[in-house]
Design a protein around this ligand. Sequence first.
Ligand code: SF4
Length: 238
Amino acid sequence: MGVNRVFFYARSPPYRNTRLTPEPPGPKLRITEIFRSIQGESTRAGLPCAFIRLTGCSLRCAWCDSAYAFHGGQDMTTSEAVERVLALGTELVEVTGGEPLEQEAVYPLMERLLSAGRTVLLETGGHVALDRVDPRVVKIVDVKAPGSGMQHANLPENLDLLQPHDELKFVLADRRDFDWSLDLVRGRRLDERNTVTFSPAWGMLRAEDLAAWVRDSGRPIRLGLQLHKILWGDVPGR
Ligand code: SF4
């Protein structure tokens, strides 16, 4: 008993309320995968992170790397999902997809992960209003450049709902995407309030080219490379 207690407290100082409260009735989650890996993007790249990937997305970005999450998955209650995520033992949790905000149950999911003391990142395509997301959640919002084919889906009002800890990500397929994105960043002065990352679409734009463009942009934009793909390639669940 004594040994177990020592082990429990040794793992738990950063966390709170790891006991789950009874779940109120509500919609279930549709989930593609839950796994532990290294955070590959954002300012937290390199940190151990638990990922929960929700199934389904109404967009079809040309360079989407998670199309396997468009269909399938399994139903799970919020309690089941939270339990599985907490069992992975990371302080950092990312809720991703698909498009997580297209599922109603994502809101109680995020709140319960926050209540359990986790830092919650939300990766969203930016086409669903952010006004219901708990302000403690760190939002990583994709802005769809023309090369995605989904530029029409951007919700400009979402840019006004960002908090200083939120981040903006632009995935770029070519120089036209870069110029379009830089104009938007400059025009809205987005990089003065939030971290802005430009990433090359995997297999479509050379990282070296984008690095040079970012270097010469005159703006405090970060070059984002997908660490998990550099390490393990473009495979699901990594
Ligand atoms: S929003 Fe995300 S999940 Fe949906 S198609 Fe675009 S990249 Fe894929």
